[in-house]
Design a protein around this ligand. Sequence first.
Ligand code: SF4
Ligand code: SF4
Length: 473
Amino acid sequence: MPKKYHIDIKEAPARFVPVGRSTILDWEGGCLRCFKCVKRLCIYDAYNKRDFDATRLADTIDSVCKNCLRCVQMCPGRVISKKENPEYKLLGDSYWTADIIVKQSEMAATGKIPVSGAGYRGPFTGPGFDSMWTDMSEIVRPTRDGIHGREYINTSVSLGRKRQNLSFDESGAPVIAPLCEHEIPVPMIFAAPPLNILSENVLKTFALAAENLGMLTEIPVKNWGDFLTPHLKSLVPVMGINDVDAWADLIAKVPMAGFVANEVVPDDFVEKFKARFPGTLLMVKIPADERAPRRVPAFAEEGTDVMCLVADVNGKGMGENSGKFISQITREVHGRMVDLGVRDSVTLLLQGGVALAEHVAKAVICGADAVMVDLPVLLALECTYCGRCNKGLACPVQLENVNPEWGKKRVGNFMAAWRNQIIEVLGAMGIREIRRLRGEVGRAMFFDDLERDTFGRLFGKKKAVPASEGANP
Ligand code: SF4
Ligand code: SF4
């Protein structure tokens, strides 16, 4: 029985008033001054907690209100109404939606899984990970103690090469060569987000959070500073192929070092690295382009420990794969490695488009061992993905000055909520170890497959949806 992993939740309220989904319109005219006003019946006490945030010119009731509409429906004078908040609609973009941004911040504050309300009335399918559904056949047979009780579901994964075969010496004794491995308690590694906000405080937050959770976090060496030295055991410095000599002392002290293989990689790079740093895992990050199904197995055969397929922040592939989503590319790479018989010789990660906890489980089903999580870590720190930092403008939530101790709690809470959601998915599928989910495409349905094999035959070809309305990538 593996040791039970648990994340302690520590309340960490937001520093700024969150943007509410809708706004209350409360006209005094026509008010009947009822003895028992509906405003006193709000179970979230939204009216009593009401305030005005002068810094953001915002009515705080909009973020406390949970949109149950009780007050709107029950007011006999009909003086209360609700309207969509225009500020909310402007958050994020078509992939990183306002809902994702606001819920991520809520999870970071409380560590709780957000409740979405009465039933899902959205579209049948969507772009990216929304075009696949996981098998929930075991949800009708909950275990006696519940998946958060005695029935332990293991979310840990091991990074590094797996032993492929046994060898024996002349006397017949097994020869067991030591393997370089590193276990992480959740199938996630924090990654540097594509935003120009990686200040000392932000990086310190990433490092403290990873250390606190027993996880790893990527740090680009161009942002390296001495303030990171106390956290070396949780750090993955990432650099170019030609930077090994300059960072050799650091590489020797960390559990894993990452290299971006955009340029041509010397033939003996992997062999030389493994000989020089036997105790450090080698991760190679390659673009998720049309060459990936050929390059990943080739690196695996050379002895690379961990491969990471990198898509853009919305999960779209690169080069000729720009029309494909990272889940599809991962399926192709995983399948190719299985065909070549080299799948277990390397750990496969993906980066890009992981915005929700369910995306982690779906990425694993598509063949990844674990994922790199980038933007959600900043969303947990109240980033609203406005893009101002990339234009050299001031960050509206002053993220560069974030308190690392507060940030550590926020990131811990969001990981607790994500891990609990992953456990819910695994429990509903009747799977007790995330490692067993890898590549189990038979436990999911893919919209494109259904469309091709079933719906297309019955109802004809799917109409193209304009990109602005969320077409499948
Ligand atoms: S809509 Fe519901 S949660 Fe919001 S203020 Fe009215 S009663 Fe409270
Ligand atoms: S809130 Fe805007 S400016 Fe601040 S880090 Fe996020 S994207 Fe950048």
